[in-house]
Design a protein around this ligand. Structure first.
Ligand code: PMP
Ligand code: GLN
Length: 383
């Protein structure tokens, strides 16, 4: 057999797998990969079990279980004032990552340019490349990681097909403001540019900041693929269930790709979530719940020499170690895992050129005892 001509020759194993594996090997507290270590709602587990026992074990509709899509439409109407047709504008997907991949595959032709802000979630660029697209990189402004809109304007060309937005942002925890939306609107007005909006952390937003969903703005929604994840909303990242919302005509094309990939998604979980979505408090209380964890973690980390960068959303908090070590962030993340027993994620992996501002990402979506244990281990760092 000839060797495969790799479609992703420069891509290795994702950092999340690498750091989680290293954490296991060294029995370290895992504040690297983003997943909660506290239990999910038992009522939702009971609803899945009810669905399994009631026989919801065969394929549901290719676009998703209709009652679930109807509930999603009600939810986004209430939260964002969006009028979305559950029949034609919502597709349930096996996770948010899949929704993003499908949207890029739907839209991109070889040679199309996609604006990507760095640091960028690690699936974005490989998803662009595998579709023959060209990533056009723009660095968010350190240390608040805001978008440099003038640079965005200067990088728009006739080949710009898409702009990728992620709010709340992984890995930085930055969030878009209304002023950002105004800039985005100005830039895309009278163009054929699509927007990929990764909003998997929509409910994990703090400090009373409203989530700037593309769904709030009809002129943006008509050109957007807005991607969500139930894994993040219901503390069950292993379920791999999410959805995409877009305009009708773009959703027709999205479904053409989706139907020959996964076709449909896990039935009993869709049935269960369709019922569980009526309990609004479960998602409306999330921001407050996670904000409390962020604040507790920040307070604990004051006993270490690391310096907190701003985080207003997501599971994550960046910490600078400027002045504490000359190591690269990757080397330090590995050493902290091996020698201190705490796994983190180095920010540089989210840049194509490995820009290293000496920042590590910590996941604070953990039980208080886990956060305490981790910080206790870090106390002697730098001493
Ligand atoms: N986008 C971002 C920014 C994420 O952090 C995640 C979490 N993995 C996803 C998308 C995808 O979520 P899912 O696990 O539902 O694929
Ligand atoms: N989204 C999670 C993170 O950023 C993990 C996703 C993954 O492991 N692929 O850590």
């Amino acid at each position: 057999m000839n060797k495969i001509n790799s479609k992703l020759p420069d891509v290795g194993t994702t950092i999340f797998t690498i750091m989680s594996q290293l954490a296991t090997e060294h029995n370290a507290v895992n504040l690297g990969q983003g997943f909660p270590d506290f239990p999910m709602d038992s009522q939702l587990i009971d609803l899945v079990s009810k669905a399994l026992k009631s026989g919801f074990n065969q394929y549901v509709h290719m676009s998703g279980y209709l009652p679930l899509r109807e509930k999603i439409a009600e939810k986004v109407n209430k939260l964002y004032g969006a009028t979305v047709n559950p029949d034609t504008q919502i597709t349930v997907t096996p996770g948010g990552t899949y929704a993003i991949y499908t949207a890029l595959t739907t839209v991109l032709q070889p040679g199309d340019e996609v604006i990507v802000f760095e640091p960028a979630y690690d699936s974005y660029v490989p998803n662009i490349l595998i579709n023959g697209g060209i990533p056009v990189y723009i660095s968010l402004k350190y240390p608040d990681y805001s978008i440099p809109w003038d640079e965005v304007k200067s990088k728009i060309t006739p080949k710009t097909k898409m702009i990728m937005i992620n709010t709340p942002h992984n890995p930085t925890g930055s969030v878009l403001q209304e002023s950002d939306i105004q800039q985005l609107r100005e830039i895309v007005k009278d163009t054929n540019i699509y927007i990929l909006s990764d909003e998997v952390y929509e409910h994990l937003i703090f400090d009373n900041i409203p989530h700037q969903s593309m769904l709030r703005y009809p002129d943006l929604l008509e050109r957007s693929f807005v991607c969500f994840s139930f894994g993040k909303t219901y503390h069950c990242t292993g379920w791999k269930l999410g959805y995409c919302i877009s305009a009708e005509d773009t959703m027709v094309e999205f479904r053409k790709v989706h139907q020959f990939n996964s076709f449909s998604c896990n039935s009993p979980m869709q049935v269960a979530i369709a019922e569980f979505l009526q309990y609004e408090e479960a998602y409306l209380s999330l921001g407050h719940f996670l904000q409390h964890k962020r604040d507790y973690f920040q307070q604990l980390m004051k006993n270490t020499p690391f310096k907190a960068l701003p985080s207003h959303g997501s599971y994550f908090q960046g910490y600078s170690y400027e002045g504490l070590s000359d190591e690269s962030d990757r080397d330090l993340a590995i050493r902290l895992t091996k020698e201190y027993g705490v796994a983190t994620i180095p920010f540089s992996v989210f840049y194509h050129d490995n820009t290293d501002n000496k920042v590590l990402r910590f996941c604070f979506a953990k039980k208080a005892a886990t956060l305490e244990k981790a910080v206790d281990k870090l106390k002697t760092f730098g001493k």
